[in-house]
Design a protein. Structure first.
Ligand code: 4AD
Ligand code: MG
Length: 470
């Protein structure tokens, strides 16, 4: 990771510098000033470049520098420092840099720089999403986000899955929930109309109605029924007006899809995959996790350890409803067989009843998507949701209906036109096979791993109702 820029100087990332014991070597370091303190003889600058949660201390002997330059080294300004790496006498850090030269790349006016002071609320930082990556909290979250994305690809690559890129612009509503963002080039003020007064999308860019995808699953199934095991990992969009700490209008989803997997295989994969990712974070993001634990959530690391070392509970929807009905808790949404299990119910099952992650299977057909495999009872489908502490649903998935006749019948009942999904139905006509898959909400995973409590704080630029600035 070392980049040689000039003969004798090697620019080092602060992460490497802090680990170095190459004392008296000449180094160059670049970053943004977090704080400056000192007196008229000496200045101590805490510098951060985002490579690690910690800062490096730069020591400036004032007698060797222009006073005017040092005065401009304020919080938020960006500098390059050349100097000597020295063993630090302070107990805060083991190494520091004694500056021989300082180049000021960009000043930051203390009067107007929003991060001049520490201790801003997360709500305030959301309003300055363009600058919040420079805080310790968002540095930690963004590094963990990167590590998780990397671990996801590593896991699937190691398990023989192929990364399939499914389209962002689609003509189909995979989840059938109708919560889609339209994609159009038609003039909003004066669109072409059909005789019946409806907008004539045949004149639109694609010659039909199109939307941003809510899931890559349907196309993922096409891939699985050729490559056996695939996964998608891309942005998905939902125009649901959910102003909750667990919903985004634009979020990232990981969707593995496996030929020849039944629901049990699907559950085993989901559990193994989640545990792998959590273990990866514990092993590779230790310092960032410790920072977040100390700042926001004292239980964080013990909760992560608990989840990797215990089996998930597996119950049917029918059993879950029985447990909820028999509980003493009062719920906002009343419980009876057939209801959609709400977050409050999910959290009761996970946090109060089982005290561990729970996989709920075999949901009523009426509340699940058309593609789920129908059970012989005629009432339930082979869906599965993985429920996590603090989060509720983190994964939604199912075995898929591979029988053409059953699938067509269900689509008719739900008034999903076959002509829109003829290509999907073709897989059931030609070489159909049992198969399964699931979707993991990337930001829900990050909520769990970072211990943050609002999903808007685990994505760099959150999209939610009435918010698409930055
Ligand atoms: O349960 P969902 O809707 O399932 C699907 O989309 C399936 N097609 C997945 C599949 O079987 N391939 O969404 C899957 C997951 C949820 O469990 C949740 O973690 C996340 O996506 N999710 C959201 N995350 C953030 N904001 C939203 N608005 C979300 N909606 C779903
Ligand atoms: Mg779901």
């Amino acid at each position: 990771m070392q980049v040689i820029i000039k003969r004798n100087f090697i620019t080092m990332r602060i992460k490497e510098l802090l680990a170095s014991r190459d004392f008296n070597s000449e180094v160059e370091v670049k970053g943004w000033i977090r704080t400056k303190r000192g007196n008229k003889n000496i200045a101590f600058v805490a510098l951060n470049d985002g490579s690690i949660i910690h800062n490096i201390q730069v020591v400036i002997d004032m007698s060797r520098f222009d006073e005017e330059l040092i005065r401009k080294l304020t919080t938020g300004s960006c500098i390059a420092v050349r100097g000597k790496l020295v063993e630090s006498p302070g107990k805060e850090q083991q190494v520091e840099v004694h500056a021989d030269s300082v180049l000021l790349y960009g000043t930051a006016d203390p009067e107007s720089y929003p991060l001049q002071k520490k201790g801003h609320t997360l709500e305030f930082l959301r309003e300055i999403a363009h600058l919040r990556p420079r805080t310790n909290t968002f540095g930690a979250v963004l590094r963990i986000r990167h590590a998780m994305a990397f671990a996801i690809h590593e896991y699937f690559n190691d398990h023989g899955f192929y990364y399939l890129h499914t389209p962002i612009i689609t003509g189909s509503d995979a989840e059938g929930a109708g919560e889609m963002f339209r994609v159009t080039v038609l003039d909003a003020k004066n669109p072409p109309l059909k005789e019946d007064g409806h907008v004539d999308f045949s004149e639109d860019f694609f010659g039909r109605e199109t939307n941003l995808t809510v899931s890559g699953q349907l196309e993922g199934e096409l891939g699985a029924l050729a490559l056996s095991c695939i996964y998608t990992f891309g942005p998905t969009f939902r125009a649901e007006n959910s102003n909750t700490p667990r919903h985004l209008a634009e979020f990232w989803m990981i969707e593995p899809e496996m030929a020849f997997y039944e629901i049990e295989d699907n559950m085993n994969l989901a559990e193994d995959f989640l545990k792998y990712l959590i273990r990866y974070a514990l092993d590779n993001c230790k310092e960032d996790l410790e920072f977040l634990m100390n700042m926001y959530d004292k239980e964080l690391v013990s909760r992560l350890n608990f989840v990797v070392s215990n089996n998930f509970e597996r119950i049917t929807y029918t059993r879950a409803i029985e447990i909820l009905e028999q509980s003493d808790a009062t719920f906002e949404f009343p419980v009876s067989w057939g209801i959609d299990i709400q977050t409050e119910h999910e959290r009761y099952l996970v946090e109060k009843h089982f005290k561990k992650p729970v996989i709920v299977t075999d949901y009523p057909m009426a509340i699940k998507a058309f593609y789920m495999k129908q059970n012989d009872d005629g009432k339930t489908v082979r869906g599965m949701d993985v429920l996590f502490p603090k989060i509720g649903e983190i994964i939604g998935g199912s075995q898929r209906e591979e029988d053409l006749e059953k699938l067509s019948r269900r689509m008719k009942e739900l008034k999903i036109p076959e002509k829109d999904l003829w290509w999907y139905l073709d897989t059931r006509k030609f070489g159909s096979a049992p198969h399964s898959g699931f979707g993991l909400g990337f930001e829900r995973l990050l909520l769990f791993i970072t211990g943050m409590s609002n999903i808007r704080d685990v994505i760099p630029f959150p999209r939610f109702p009435k918010n698409a600035d930055f």
